[in-house]
Design a protein around this ligand. Structure first.
Ligand SMILES: Cc1cc2nc3c(=O)[nH]c(=O)nc-3n(C[C@H](O)[C@H](O)[C@H](O)COP(=O)(O)O)c2cc1C
Length: 161
């Protein structure tokens, strides 16, 4: 890929805890630290890491620090984006602690089309509905509303459903 595009236009995403399609390893942390270190020579735009607290899109461990990210941080020299189970507060903490250069959001971006504004202004987040994930329908993907202070004000719920 870096021979086809400029290296700083290419990013790599890894899921150290992934088991999808039988892609598991007996020592995933060591394997992915090795992968992260090996990627240094490409000068990538970023390394994007899904935390082991996620399984697919399910949060399986609450309040776990960004472990996989910390391990990769020790060996990877470029930008790191961490993902998986972050809330605005825990995302800010991870950045402040230097664990990652950026945090990405998946499910909250599905249910909050104006997610950057909501985070920036400390507005409540709409809960996402798992029943509409992977449906291949528009419902649940393009019909969540933007923040409406008349409806959403005072609603501090950021519940997972
Ligand atoms: C409906 C849905 C589809 C997803 N599809 C992909 C995908 O194709 N490739 C991928 O790497 N991750 C995919 N993910 C995982 C997300 O990119 C993300 O890693 C996960 O939702 C955890 O982040 P979050 O806690 O911010 O939601 C998907 C997640 C959801 C909810």
């Amino acid at each position: 890929m870096v021979s086809a595009w400029a290296n700083d236009r290419v990013g790599v995403r890894i899921t150290p805890s992934g088991t999808f399609n039988a892609m598991a390893d007996s020592d995933p942390e060591a394997l992915h630290a090795h992968v992260a270190e090996g990627l240094n020579r490409f000068g990538l735009a970023y390394l994007h890491i899904i935390e082991p607290r996620m399984s697919g899109y399910l949060l399986i461990k609450e309040d776990q620090p960004p472990l996989a990210t910390r391990r990769a941080r020790q060996v990877f020299k470029g930008n790191i984006i961490a993902n998986g189970g972050f809330e605005p507060d825990s995302a800010a903490a991870a950045i402040e602690q230097g664990d990652a250069d950026a945090i990405s959001f998946g499910r909250y971006f599905v249910s909050n089309p104006d997610l950057p504004r909501r985070i920036r202004e400390g507005l409540s987040l709409a809960a996402y509905d798992r029943d509409t994930f992977y449906t291949f329908e528009a419902k649940g993907y393009i019909d969540y509303p933007f923040y409406n202070s008349a409806v959403d004000a005072g609603d501090l719920v950021t519940a997972r459903v």
